[in-house]
Design a protein around this ligand. Structure first.
Ligand code: HEC
Ligand code: HEC
Length: 446
């Protein structure tokens, strides 16, 4: 063999071995991203006492917390729908059916927003709840909420604070004055106008049930049962949500914990794009994949909206009163996002790829948005108004102004990364539904 051809063979050998090892240069590149972005797996949640989570579970699935005894937390955050309801926007009290089969009750309105999943909401670091962050704070520094000074003391977390509000919403759980439940009982709660009065009546209802009295004694051994307040209900529900919806054993979490092979090559390339060229990591930051801040991403507006004229949803502006917060919604976390559609605050996108494409060029996506795949009752409200579209784009987060030119293959890789955020155990949660609850009211999906 001549010297020249020996070099050629060596060169070929090197080239093939490098190609074979392309995984390792990919790993090197991703390792740099992980270090730069300070990405770490989700920290473990401290386990609560089983008596507390069992009580929380019962309350979460029990329709007794709703004025008309027909709606539980689980109605809209159902294990069979990955902790959401599979609808663009939720259907509350007097609705019939579960998940994407659910239909609106006669003369009732749709809930204005999409029911978020509850995955990992008990993890360390949460300080906001709701799409507009209207519940915020920590046990250490105090909470802000729509209840203002009426919010009781003794709430353990922002998740516990959140749990106090759905039962006070006429469209979600409270119902309307004069409503009667299916078994003919008058809704004694809906005629109340203050949150304190609503909470007191809910506590009374629950403590009228012997099984709950013994469950509260077991969960709160230092508190006399007659001293139980709505804050204990909130803390118990939050303890249940935190433990039951903890699903953070995804390939991405395993990768971050050092298992290099847990992620396939497409997901690795997708992660590099997500935190790099595609610019997603600027808002979907850290272990929770959210900065918990509100941003205007020029979202399409479907559903009934929440503002005075009843058709638009100004998001954070509705809480802060600042025009600059218009259309600002809190960055959602993304673990198990594959399972939690429809996506965005109003469920405007029914498939994950369309949601991803939105963020590559929101201005064009908003202008070209097609609501026709959604339910008629939702698209009826679709705001096509040119002026709104212009306003949303003008106020949009500056980071989204320059379109990201990704190829179809690269978009698939970003999607592969998002799919790698799924904990396999989160795919089938049917076992979470209890057979019965202390009130004896029916449990949907059991
Ligand atoms: C009728 C449907 C419905 C019912 C019933 C309901 N929710 Fe929700 N939930 C929603 C919707 C819609 C949102 C988002 C509302 C918003 O952001 O303005 C939400 C938001 C939440 C959030 C905030 C998640 C986040 O990341 O910000 C939590 C936690 C939650 N609900 C738990 C509960 C609990 C606990 C109950 C029972 C006490 C309950 N929900 C009852 C529909 C419902
Ligand atoms: C400027 C901050 C920001 C950037 C950059 C950003 N997002 Fe988001 N993301 C948000 C906000 C805010 C929402 C919720 C918007 C709404 O509901 O109207 C959201 C929602 C989502 C959702 C829907 C999640 C759900 O549960 O409904 C997905 C998926 C998503 N983003 C993926 C991405 C991807 C992929 C990128 C990069 C191509 C990206 N995001 C870039 C802020 C951002």
């Amino acid at each position: 063999m001549s010297r020249g051809s020996a070099y050629l063979v060596l060169g070929l050998l090197l080239a093939t071995s490098l190609a074979g090892c392309s995984g390792s240069s990919l790993d090197g590149e991703l390792e740099d991203v992980v270090v730069d972005q300070r990405l770490v797996p989700l920290s473990p949640v401290e386990a609560a006492a089983p008596e507390l989570t069992e009580l929380g579970e019962a309350l979460f699935f029990d329709k007794i917390l709703s004025g008309n005894r027909d709606t539980a937390c689980a109605t809209c955050h159902h294990p069979l729908e990955a902790g959401g309801d599979g609808l663009s926007v939720s259907i509350g009290t007097k609705g019939v059916g579960l998940g994407s089969d659910r239909v609106l009750g006669a003369d009732r309105d749709l809930v204005a927003r999409n029911a978020p999943d509850l995955f990992n909401r008990g993890a360390d670091g949460w300080f906001t709840m709701f799409w507009d962050s209207r519940v915020a704070g920590t046990a250490e520094h105090g909470f802000s909420s729509p209840a203002g000074d009426a919010l009781p003391d003794g709430l353990d977390s922002v998740l516990a604070v959140q749990a106090l509000f759905p039962p006070t919403s006429p469209v979600e759980m409270l119902g309307l004055p004069g409503d009667v439940s299916a078994n003919g009982q008058l809704n004694e709660i809906a005629s109340e106008t203050s949150v304190e009065a609503i909470w007191d009546l809910i506590v009374n209802r629950v403590l009228d049930i012997d099984e709950y009295r013994s469950m509260f004694s077991a969960a709160f051994p230092d508190i006399a049962v007659d001293e139980i307040g709505i804050e204990h209900i909130g803390n118990a529900i939050a303890a249940y949500e935190a433990s039951a919806f903890l699903f953070a054993d995804s390939p991405w979490d395993r990768y971050l914990a050092g298992e290099i092979d847990a992620l396939n090559a497409d997901a690795k390339r997708g992660a590099i794009l997500f935190y790099g060229e595609a610019g997603c990591g600027g808002c979907h930051t850290g272990a929770l994949l959210t900065d918990q801040l509100t941003h205007n991403v020029a979202p399409p507006q479907v559903g009934p909206g929440i503002d005075d004229d009843g058709s638009d949803d100004f998001g954070r502006e509705g809480v802060s009163g600042n025009y600059s917060d218009r259309y600002g919604f809190r960055t959602p976390p993304l673990r198990n996002v594959e399972l939690t559609g429809p996506w965005l605050h109003d469920g405007a996108y029914l498939d994950l790829e369309s949601a991803i494409r939105h963020f590559l060029d929101p201005a064009s996506a908003l202008a070209a948005y097609d609501p026709s795949p959604l339910r008629d009752e939702v698209t009826e409200f679709y705001l096509v108004d040119e002026a709104r579209i212009d306003q949303a784009i003008t106020l949009m987060d500056p980071r989204l102004r320059v379109p990201k030119e990704l190829t179809d293959e690269e978009i698939d890789q970003v999607e592969a990364f998002l799919v790698s955020l799924t904990d396999p155990a989160a795919k089938d949660l049917g076992h979470m539904v209890p057979d019965s609850v202390p009130s004896g009211l029916p449990v949907d999906g059991s």
